[in-house]
Design a protein around this ligand. Structure first.
Ligand SMILES: C[S@@+](CC[C@H](N)C(=O)[O-])C[C@H]1O[C@@H](n2cnc3c(N)ncnc32)[C@H](O)[C@@H]1O
Length: 223
């Protein structure tokens, strides 16, 4: 499946509307449970001194947390220009602007060289998981971490019904935004076929957190 401009426009408009509130929520409540887990896994597996690419970075708080936890630099990309504006303002406010760069882009069509690539609750917002994952692992020389809906076991029916209801509302509101439950087996196969192996899997109430590593010795990603 390939993404068309109506999809990317729908995603950008949805997250433009939410950007300010999402930033305020993080400032008052901190990271969500699943994002804490992702950050913890990266810290355990070696975040210090690494270059981080945050795909679908939203308002940039994960990337900035990664810097506070020792990453050397971070790049965040997002379709939402309002989110990127918040991220750049937040980087300045935090005094981290020299090591952080945030830009508006469709991450499925660009690559950046990084040691660690993260996608926190992004695959479920984008129709073409294949394209997004391919650019993600092509950009990463070492680790790839991502968070997806907990679409397995007893939670599977809950996720299916919840996603159906959200998409029904989005259709009625005539937005271009939809949620996607990409099959977990498909995501794993794509990564394993391309030389990564799963090193960690963790759960929060509604989310699964995965960490993949390059199977062989770490190589420097292409610029
Ligand atoms: C649910 S939000 C998560 C934001 C942030 N990662 C977080 O955890 O708060 C999903 C984000 O992914 C972005 N996004 C979805 N598809 C994208 C793509 N192909 N390229 C860049 N950003 C994308 C959306 O604009 C949105 O900001």
């Amino acid at each position: 499946m390939t993404s068309d401009p109506a999809h990317t426009k729908g995603i950008a408009e949805t997250f433009d509307d939410l950007a300010h509130d999402r930033c305020c929520k993080y400032k008052s409540k901190g990271l969500t449970a699943s994002t804490e887990v992702l950050l913890g896994l990266l810290t355990e597996n070696g975040l210090v001194g690494k270059r981080v690419l945050d795909i679908g970075c939203g308002t940039g708080f994960f990337a900035l947390e990664a810097l506070r936890h020792g990453a050397s630099s971070c790049i965040g990309v997002d379709l939402s220009s309002a989110a990127i504006h918040e991220a750049n303002e937040f980087a300045k406010e935090s005094g981290l602007q020299d090591r952080a760069r945030f830009e508006v882009a469709d991450a499925a069509s660009i690559q950046h060289a990084a040691d660690i690539v993260v996608m926190d609750k992004v695959l479920c917002c984008y129709p073409d998981a294949d394209a997004l994952l391919k650019t993600a692992f092509a950009s990463s020389s070492d680790l790839l971490g991502f968070v997806v809906p907990r679409d397995e076991g007893l939670m599977k029916p809950v996720m299916r019904i919840g996603t159906g209801l959200i998409n029904l509302v989005e259709r009625m509101r005539k937005t271009g935004f939809r949620l996607y439950l990409h099959p977990l087996r498909f995501l794993d196969k794509l990564l394993v076929d391309n030389g990564l192996q799963q090193s960690n899997k963790a759960k929060s109430r509604f989310w699964l957190v995965f960490l993949y590593k390059r199977a062989g010795p770490s190589a420097t990603a292409r610029e």
